[in-house]
Write a protein that binds this ligand. Structure first.
Ligand code: UTP
Length: 408
């Protein structure tokens, strides 16, 4: 793209300030900026102009989860199905590690965070150790696809290689990068990261399947005969990955997706809750829950919207491929965005200063026909690390690890 073309594109998008320093740039920087302008989809920014308009929800009704007692009664049956699927190479796993982890406040990829107390225990290590439990139990390595972003790809690959993939067979590890989206101030003007670079951030975890495809890995998945993909967040250090019982239950239910859920610990707990929306599986965010829904009861007298999602889903590859009919919604998220100020100096803000634009996995669920919410024991499988201290933090996750006999 040449300067005139870039100018025209930015003028339409109301982002001409991107070219403010153009004349000061070296030839190489000029070219890099023009290439970035060409590659950037500014249309996502429209979403922040609609920010205060509540997303239209359809008719919400409860979606029953498979609860612990039922799972316990059929454990062996499900496990056998799951183990067989894993041993037949039908199960892969995707680690969503493209996020910036801004709340944790480390410049390194979140997985490199050391939660150890007396020895090093990295977040990535915990996840791989959890997956290794299944590898050992089934005598089968599971293909692990790791999604990174432009911001952390190099550091992630380097770290895992240096650590010998924490004992995982590298032939079964595949990296791919997600797409980026521009980040803006509260008026929807993109921030500049440097004089020749628009501030960007990863475009949310909802882009994982498209990015996997773009990277050519869907062809690999077909070639390997993988039929189920367990996607999971980088920050839950206790979660079971490719858990044979969960795999078996989802296959047995013939669901398009299985979703691990935990029983909410309070009606107003801040987790997304599984439900049906216009008869299709969906997730209501905590801020969308009405009082009526919070107090609704099922036929057993239990809360009707009682199970929160933990970002651990088992998707049918077939269902995913038939799914992408329309555009996914863009979510506007308030975050801390580094930028250059009027003087051209880089500022790293202490508090949120603008918007990032993200697609979310939970919107994929609503595009599928059937979902099995599968209950797991909260204290055994849910230790998310979002913050340094307090709720969902390094501290709370450490306590849960110790409670589960994991040495730190
Ligand atoms: P979070 O919603 O916690 O976002 O991600 P984050 O960017 O990691 O952290 P904060 O909000 O800045 O503190 C949940 C999961 O989705 C992944 C994260 O890596 C994490 O596993 N994710 C998030 C991506 O893979 N890509 C993204 O663009 C965003």
């Amino acid at each position: 793209m040449n300067y005139q073309e870039a100018y025209a594109k930015l003028e339409v998008a109301d982002q001409l300030h991107v070219l403010k320093y153009y004349e000061e740039l070296s030839e190489c920087e000029k070219e890099a900026l023009l290439t970035q302008v060409e590659a950037t989809d500014f249309s996502v920014i429209e979403a922040c102009k609609k920010e205060n308009i509540a997303v239209e929800k359809g008719v919400i009704s409860p979606l029953a989860a498979m609860e612990l007692t039922e799972i316990a009664a059929k454990k062996e049956f499900f496990e056998e199905i799951g183990v067989k699927a894993i041993q037949n190479g039908k199960v892969g796993a995707v680690l969503l590690a493209g996020g910036m982890g801004t709340r944790l406040g480390s410049d390194d990829p979140k997985g490199m965070y050391n939660i150890g107390l007396t020895k090093e225990v990295f977040i990535f290590q915990r996840l791989i150790e959890n997956l290794m439990d299944v590898v050992r139990a089934t005598s089968t390595y599971i293909h692990l696809f790791i999604m990174t972003s432009d911001k952390n790809d190099e550091a992630t690959r380097k770290f895992l290689a240096e650590k010998n993939y924490f004992g995982y067979n590298p032939e079964f590890i595949h990296f791919f990068m997600q797409e980026m989206a521009p980040a803006t101030d509260y008026e929807g003007h993109v921030y500049m990261e440097s004089k020749s670079q628009i501030s960007t951030s990863p475009n949310g975890n909802g882009g994982w399947f498209v990015s996997l495809k773009v990277a050519g890995l869907l062809d690999f998945i077909h070639a390997e005969g993988i039929e189920w993909i367990n996607i999971f967040a980088v920050d839950n250090v206790l979660q079971r990955i490719a858990d044979p019982v969960f795999v078996g239950a989802t296959i047995d239910a013939k669901a398009s997706v299985g979703s691990k859920v935990v029983r909410k610990n309070a009606p107003d707990e801040k987790v997304g809750v599984m439900c049906l929306e216009d008869g299709k599986p969906s997730i209501v965010e905590y801020y969308e829950l009405t009082d009526e829904m919070m107090n609704a009861k099922d036929e057993k007298g239990d809360p009707a919207y009682n199970f929160g999602v933990i970002l651990n889903y088992l998707f049918s590859v077939n269902a995913l491929e038939n799914m992408f009919a329309g555009d996914m919604p863009v979510h506007v998220v308030e975050k801390k965005i580094p930028y250059i100020n009027e003087a051209g100096e880089l500022v790293k803000p202490e508090t949120p200063n603008g918007y990032k634009f993200e697609g979310l996995v939970l919107d994929m669920i609503h595009q599928l026909d059937t979902c099995l919410p599968f209950e797991v024991v909260r204290n055994k499988e849910f230790a998310p690390i979002k913050n340094k201290t307090g709720v969902d933090s390094v501290e709370s996750a450490r306590a849960l690890c110790l409670e589960n006999g994991i040495e730190l």
